[in-house]
Write a protein that binds this ligand. Structure first.
Ligand code: SF4
Length: 222
C-alpha cells in the first residue's frame, strides 16, 4: 500500500479519529502535503514546548497557509507542572528527559484521548532506534502509523522538488533534523540526520514514541 493509500484507508476505517503529529521540522512538509491532499481538516498536532526556534514558528505559519491546513493545534505543557518543575526554563540543561516528559510526552498523551490513530513522520533512514521502525504499530490501544517509514533522504528530496515544497529556513544552514532550539545543532557532512539532536548527551529520542527513551522519560516524572 502506498503512503497515500494507507492514509485513505485509515480515514475510512476511523472517521474523525485520525490525527497527524508534526514538528514542522526539516522533513515535515512531505507528510503534511500528502495529508492535505486527502483531508485538509485533519487535526495537525504541534507540541508547543515554548523552546522552538523562531524560524520553526514562522515556517509552521507559512506551511499551514500554503497547504491550506485547517486545524493545526498547539499542545501545551501543564502550567502547574511547568511552574513547579521548570520555573526558570532551564530544565532542558539539567534533566532533558524530565523536560521532554513535561513538554512533550504528557501533552501528547492527553491529546491522544480523542483519537484512535496518530500519523507521524518518522523514517528508518533517521538511524538509531528508528532503523527497525515498523510503519504500523499498536501502542497503548492506539494505532501509531509512520506512512513514510521506508522513504530515504533521496525520496524525500525528490517529493519536495516535485511539489515545490518550501524548506524549513534552517535546513539550508545544515540542520537536517530540527527540534527545540536548546537541544538542536547542525549536522556535519556524513553524520546521520538526527546527530545534531541532544548532541553529546547520549539521548536520541524525546520519548513520545514507544522506545526506551519514552520509558525513561515516564519514570523521570513519576
Ligand atoms: S527537546 Fe530539549 S527543550 Fe525540548 S522538550 Fe526536550 S529537553 Fe526540553
Amino acid at each position: 500500500m502506498t503512503p497515500e493509500g494507507l492514509v485513505r484507508h485509515l480515514l475510512r476505517e476511523h472517521p474523525g479519529r485520525v490525527a497527524v503529529l508534526s514538528s514542522f521540522g526539516a522533513e515535515a512538509a512531505v507528510l503534511l502535503h500528502l495529508v492535505a491532499g486527502i483531508d485538509r481538516a485533519m487535526p495537525v498536532l504541534f507540541l508547543e514546548t515554548g523552546k522552538h526556534f523562531p524560524e520553526t514558528l514562522a515556517y509552521r505559519a507559512a506551511l499551514a497557509s500554503r497547504l491550506g491546513l485547517r486545524d493545526v493545534r498547539d499542545l501545551l505543557p501543564d502550567p502547574a507542572l511547568l511552574a513547579g518543575l521548570d520555573p526558570d526554563g532551564t530544565l532542558w540543561s539539567r534533566a532533558p528527559d524530565q523536560c521532554c516528559a513535561l513538554r512533550k510526552v504528557f501533552p501528547l498523551d492527553a491529546a491522544l484521548e480523542g483519537f484512535d490513530v496518530l500519523l507521524d513522520g518518522r523514517k528508518r533512514h533517521h538511524g538509531a532506534e528508528r532503523t527497525a521502525l515498523q510503519a504500523v504499530r499498536q501502542e497503548d490501544g492506539k494505532l501509531r502509523v509512520s506512512p513514510l517509514a521506508l522513504w530515504d533522504s533521496v525520496h524525500i528530496a525528490a517529493y519536495r522538488a516535485e511539489h515545490d515544497l518550501p524548506d524549513h529556513p534552517l535546513f539550508a544552514r545544515g540542520y537536517a533534523s530540527i527540534g527545540c532550539a536548546p537541544c538542536t545543532s547542525p549536522t556535519r557532512p556524513g553524520e546521520p540526520p538526527r546527530a545534531g539532536r541532544w548532541r553529546g548527551t547520549g539521548k536520541t529520542e524525546c520519548g513520545i514514541h514507544h522506545t526506551p527513551s519514552r520509558n525513561d522519560n515516564n519514570k523521570a516524572l513519576t
